[in-house]
Design a protein around this ligand. Structure first.
Ligand code: C5P
Length: 234
């Protein structure tokens, strides 16, 4: 496989392949938080996130959600469709936590009647600011039609992911998705992992996600391993 690196992000690298229309995503062990201010290497994080994302993309595909995922190639590599990433971070919140709790001064753990849909401008230099649909259209990040498609798919994905995680004994508190343009439409891309989701144990509310790293709670990879084990068992 001819491997020319196209892009290196905080947690992944993307390589070109010989096949037109396909990329390889490589999952690194690097962990960052607070827009890169806090950094560390977490042994085997890339392996766990590649496995967890692959399982979730496969489960979503069975339920009719198209994504960039083609197949898992190796421990750390995933073969994907070569999408053009929409520069939006799409966040869904089912339970209050994180930046929303801080910004609005509300405690964590409040279960919302309806999921909250947020858009952020994917821009490290600006710290990924929260924006609305009008901003996204005005600065050319996506068209109204694309945002409508993203919203519809995101709500379906939230319903399905909540169900998958519930069966694995986990509450899906919130998560971030990214989408890409492919073949005239927008499809789910990037990853779905404990780096990008808040997952709490259904009984104890123990955090099983990247908040263990962000908040120095310890045993970060133990949480990720439990998420993978529970998804594999269900
Ligand atoms: O920090 P905040 O509360 O806004 O994060 C909401 C959700 O989006 C969390 O699950 C977090 O892991 C995810 N997120 C992410 N990448 C970012 C920002 C947030 O995966 N750059």
């Amino acid at each position: 496989m001819n491997k020319e690196m196209l892009y290196e992000g905080k947690a992944k690298k993307v390589y070109k392949t010989d096949a037109a229309g396909e990329y390889v995503v490589y999952f690194k062990d690097d962990a960052t938080a607070f827009n890169g201010v806090k950094k560390d290497t977490l042994a085997e994080k890339g392996i766990l996130n590649n496995s967890i994302s692959s399982i979730l993309f496969e489960l979503l595909a069975k339920e009719g959600v198209e994504s960039h995922f083609i197949k898992k190639l190796s421990e750390r590599e995933m073969l994907v469709k070569a999408v053009e990433i929409v520069q939006l971070e799409v966040i869904v919140r089912n339970i209050s936590a994180g930046s929303m709790s801080k910004r609005l001064g509300i405690e964590e753990g409040i279960v919302f009647q309806e999921p909250i849909f947020e858009l952020c401008y994917k821009n490290d230099a600006l710290g990924d600011p929260l924006i609305n649909d009008d901003h996204a259209v005005a600065i050319g990040l996506a068209t109204r039609e694309e945002i409508a498609q993203i919203r519809e798919q995101t709500m379906k994905i939230n319903t399905l992911l909540k169900e998958f995680f519930k069966k694995a004994g986990l509450k899906l508190v919130d998560f971030k998705l990214e989408f890409g343009r492919y073949d005239g439409k927008v499809i789910l891309a990037d990853e779905i992992s404990p780096d990008t989701c808040r997952l709490w144990d259904i009984e104890t509310n123990e955090k099983m996600d990247k908040d263990r790293f962000r908040r120095d709670l310890g045993n970060v990879m133990e949480g990720y391993k439990k998420v993978l084990q529970r998804l594999e068992e269900k």
